[in-house]
Design a protein around this ligand. Structure first.
Ligand SMILES: [Fe+2]
Length: 392
């Protein structure tokens, strides 16, 4: 069961400007896609590791064969710095670039989308923090994920780090979305097991936090529930045997579905905590934060939305037949705890450099997040502090 069909139901699903191209081997067709967009000069935004691993060649060769000039920008680091975005946008303007291609994990794709926006917009990327604030249309951007997690290739948000304060910030809206999401599971095969696990748990966090939250509606709910089922079926195998294209395809599909689902809903407490926990000197990787905090957040929330959590449990393959909703909901928490353990995620945040002195500052920042307002259970600072303690 997804949602009761209530005659009073009234909801909106916003415009989705991104063309989704999904399939093994499809990255070899990027030259034709760039040509369709009228491009002749491309800025390829990625990180040095992707270049070193030989993955960037999977795009540069077909782009060059199609007659495009390719300028490589491989300075993306974890959590996208605002100065780096502005430097790359200046380079794009100076060199007459007419298409941005992002290749990599969430940081590379978030950077590419922000660079595409700042290649045409005035000021600094930090002037446009928030939703729907970017005033002018961006350069077209093709996002090519090498990880199944953030869903940045289809999402409305670009997350970056404000270099002046070290805090994370988000710029969002249809002008920050990719024109094409080019999803080729073959490009995710070389992702190491630990990154596969953390990014996969991030996708699970998107799907679960979207599905149970107060803003969820039937379109997001259907996509999110399917994403949860795919992750339940494929994440362990993708971690244990990265060469399995079936598992990689299942995970990439899940990340994409969850990414589309969450665009109009926002998320929940795990993602509210993730912004400060990924900021300042903490800089804990986003997927790891979500993997560790998600089961604690679910345990806190499940009494507030037992039917939804019961559906999450069933989607994850748990047998909920004959159980009361509350008991079925608790099975969802247990299922996510086992998935976390089976995929080798660190036990708690203390293994990632988090110490109790950070709690007050993290909770204060997290409470400002729009993700708190849509969380299914009303949340106080003391509640968030308790969740952090359990996630230590
Ligand atoms: Fe996330």
């Amino acid at each position: 069961m997804l949602f009761h069909v209530d005659p009073a139901l009234n909801f909106t699903f916003p415009p989705f400007p991104t063309e989704l191209r999904f399939g093994c081997g499809l990255s070899s067709e990027i030259g034709a896609m760039a040509r369709e967009l009228g491009s002749s000069r491309v800025l390829l935004v990625t990180d040095a590791g992707i270049v070193k691993a030989g993955v960037a060649r999977r795009l540069t060769e077909p782009l060059e064969t199609a007659g495009l000039q390719v300028l490589l920008f491989d300075e993306v680091m974890q959590d996208s710095s605002s100065d780096m975005i502005m430097r790359a946008a200046a380079l794009a303007k100076e060199r007459g670039v007419d298409l941005i291609v992002g290749l990599g994990g969430g940081s590379a794709l978030d950077s590419a989308k922000a660079i595409a926006a700042m290649a045409t917009n005035p000021g600094s990327i930090l002037d446009w923090v928030g939703l729907d604030r970017v005033p002018l249309d961006p350069l077209p951007c093709i996002c090519v994920p090498t990880a199944a997690g953030t869903g940045s290739e289809v999402s409305v948000w670009s997350v970056l780090t404000d270099d002046a304060t070290g805090a994370k910030a988000s710029v969002g809206g249809t002008r920050v979305m990719a024109r094409i999401a080019l999803c080729d599971p073959e490009l995710t095969v070389s992702l190491p097991p630990a990154v596969t696990a953390a990014t996969g748990m991030d996708a699970l966090g998107h799907a679960v936090e979207c599905y149970v939250n107060k803003a969820c509606q039937p379109v997001s709910g259907a996509l999110a529930l399917q994403a949860i089922a795919l992750i339940g079926r494929h994440l362990r195998r993708a971690v244990a045997d990265g060469t399995s294209l079936e598992a990689r395809s299942g995970m990439l599909m899940a990340a994409v579905l969850a990414g589309i689902a969450m665009n109009p809903t926002r998320l929940g407490l795990a993602h509210a905590l993730a912004m400060p926990l990924g900021s300042w000197n903490l800089k804990i990787p986003h997927g790891t934060i979500i993997a560790i905090t998600l089961p604690e957040v679910m345990a806190f929330n499940c009494s507030a939305a037992p039917d939804r959590y019961a559906a999450v449990a069933a989607a994850l393959g748990e047998d909920t037949a004959g159980l009361e909703p509350e008991a079925a909901a608790r099975k969802a928490v247990d299922a996510v705890r086992s998935l976390k353990a089976d995929t080798g995620i660190p036990e708690g945040l203390s293994a990632c450099g988090f110490t109790p002195e950070w709690s007050e500052r993290v909770v204060e920042e997290a409470m400002k997040s729009g993700n708190v307002a849509v969380n299914p259970r009303a949340t106080s600072p003391a509640d968030l502090t308790a969740i952090l303690q359990k996630a230590m």
